[in-house]
Structures are given as C-alpha cells and as structure tokens.
Design a protein around this ligand. Sequence first.
Ligand code: NAD
Ligand code: WQD
Length: 339
Amino acid sequence: MLSIKVMVSGGAGYIGSHTVLALLEAGHEVVVLDNLCNASRESLRRVERLTERSLTFVEGDIRDRALLDQLFREHVVSAVIHFAGLKAVGESMEQPLAYYENNVAGTLTLCQAMQAAGVSRLVFSSSATVYGAEAPVPYREETPRGQPSSPYGASKAMVEQLLEDLCYSDSTWSVTLLRYFNPIGAHESGLMGEDPLGLPNNLMPFIAQVAAGRRQRLSIFGDDYPTRDGTCERDYLHVMDLAEGHVKALEHLPSSGVSCYNLGTGRAISVLEMVERFVAVNNVPVPYSFAPRRGGDLPAFWADPGKAHQELEWQARRNLDDMLQDTWRWQKQNPRGYE
Ligand code: NAD
Ligand code: WQD
C-alpha cells in the first residue's frame, strides 16, 4: 500500500490518538488538528515514542476556516479522517447548541475548506446511535437511520445526511461513514488509553476508576431489562481494532460516493458480565450496586459487522479479556491519565 498523507481532526483524543498510531505503523503520514478541548498533547508524544515516527501537530479548531485554509495550503494531504467533536450524550441534552455548533457546523466548515483546497476524501466517525430505538438487532447498515435519542445522536445523523448530499451533488467526493459500537480498552503498551475529564460517563472508565480506588462503587443502571441477566447488553470493541478499522477504511475509500460500515464485534455483553469478567481477569475488586435505569438507554444492541469484513477486510481481532486487561494496565500505570 502506498503511503497516504492524511489530516486527522481530533487526533489527540481517545480514538484519534490510537488511530494516529495505527496510521503511522501502517506507513502513512499524519497531520493532526485538535483544539485540545478534551485531550492532552501528551497522547501524541506517546504515539511518537511508541512508533518511533514523527507527526505534525496543529493546535486549532475545525470551526476556524482561516486556520483550515492555511493548514491545507501548508500540508498537501489527500484525505481527512474526521474525529473532532463533542461526544457526551447527557451534556448534549443540556447544551444542544454547543453540540450542533461543534459537530454539525464544524463539519460544514471543514468540508467547505476541503472543497476549496481540492481535498475530497473523508472518513467520518459516526455512531451506532444513529440507528435509533426501533431498529432490529443486530444493526445492519441497510436499516434506515432512526429517531435520534439525543442532540448528540441527532448531530451524527445530520452529518451523515450532509455528507450523503455532498457526495450526491459532486462525484469527486468520496466518503466513508464508520458507525462505531462501544469502543473500550487501551494500547497494549499501557502508555495510551482513555483519559476522561471529571466523572466518566461511560461504563469502562468508570469500572477502571472504581478498581483503582478513585471512585467508591459502580452504579449499575437497571437490573430489570429484558436481557440475559436484567442488565443492558452492548457490543464492546477494542480501541486498537477500531483504529485498524480506520486504516482499512482510508485504504479502501470508494472512488466516488458514500460507503457506510458498522465497526463492532457482533457480540453483546451485559453490564454485569463486564464487571464480573473485569474482576476475574484482573484479580481486583469492583464494588457495585444496582441503581435505577438511566434515561435513554436501550436494553440491548450489537453490530452485524459482516459488511466491513467483506468489503474492508476488517474484523475485530482482540477479545473481551484483551480489552479488560489493557484497560487495567493503562489505568494502573497512569492513575491520573496523561497529567
Ligand atoms: P475524544 O473527546 O477523546 O476525541 C475528540 C477530540 O476532538 C478531542 O481530542 C478534542 O479535543 C477534539 N475536538 C473537539 N472539538 C473540536 C473542535 N471543534 N476542533 C478541533 N478539535 C476538537 O472522543 P473519542 O471517544 O476519541 O471520539 C472521537 C469521535 O468518535 C467523536 O466524533 C465521537 O463522537 C465519535 N464516537 C465516539 C464513540 C465513543 O464511544 N468514544 C462512539 C461513537 C462515535
Ligand atoms: C454502557 C452500559 C449503561 C455507566 C454511549 C453513547 C453512544 C456511544 C458510546 C458515542 C449502559 C451502563 C454505564 C455506569 C452503568 N458514544 N452503565 N453504569 O450508553 O451504550 O453508549 O457511548 O457515540 O452514542 O450513548 O455506553 O458506556 O455509557 O454504557 O451501568 O456508570 O453501561 O447504562 O447500559 P452507551 P456507556
């Protein structure tokens, strides 16, 4: 595979930094644009240390058109992987305008700058949340987008629509939408991982912080769902598998138009199974108690990852124990994240 020079927006964040590492390991060249609103510059220093390769970092915002024009003038890239955005579902209910502005208006500005610079190949971070509550499981790409359950979800659905319309209007555009399921885990080295600010919203970092003694106990939201053990089931995938999925998507961008892929394992694991397995493989206690259901949670969903397997030659390779051990290694070695 020839080396591709790619701009990675949001490349200092959790999924972005692991993807930058996978891109460099695959021989590609990377320019990261990140405003560091939810990330540390240190993540990219560790990428450089682990890969023994260098990357270009530009601190700035995807909503800053002048900065984007300058970036595309100074760095001749042939594609963009677009991670930059806000991602907390609960926060999006309280601050919808911030979410539409960052995620939707930000993508619009990015696409306008790309168009002006003649860059028309894009991989976009979408989410399984766009399927909505009514979609049959496992989720398949041909199922139409459903009713979003939060402004965050709506922002992802709007960007998918925006990119579809753009490709329909102009055949020089080539876009791949990647719908992630539940990314967890950390790089095998223990040097890189998820570093949430404040109270974690998501299950895996919460479990890790309880195990590390930073939080007293985990609340399991709901024990009366119509699932195997009454707790919600999700399709958790290793962040390095997800990162490798982006490399495949970049290398398989369609010659024209939009492609869409689920990135998941195809297996559903319950919250209780996650906690019990974390305790067993890491030999560390995780106190928990049951709490009322969290608003907006669906009982169970998982991916049909067959399309990505067939067309991108991508498949999740790491198992649940890898995800849980790698999370704990990162948490133990970096109790205060990248600080
Ligand atoms: P993250 O917050 O760690 O990464 C996002 C990065 O974008 C951060 O480094 C942040 O500083 C940067 N950023 C935010 N707004 C910006 C702006 N306006 N200009 C420049 N940089 C900006 O989140 P993540 O978990 O790595 O998620 C990456 C992408 O994947 C997001 O678009 C998210 O919505 C999407 N996604 C995440 C998940 C998940 O569970 N983590 C699931 C599905 C989709
Ligand atoms: C998983 C399960 C919780 C925390 C979210 C977004 C989704 C995507 C991935 C971006 C649920 C339960 C959690 C806790 C718990 N992100 N839980 N106690 O909600 O499936 O997906 O992240 O696109 O859009 O909605 O992930 O990790 O928050 O929750 O019991 O302290 O763990 O109720 O059943 P979710 P999650």
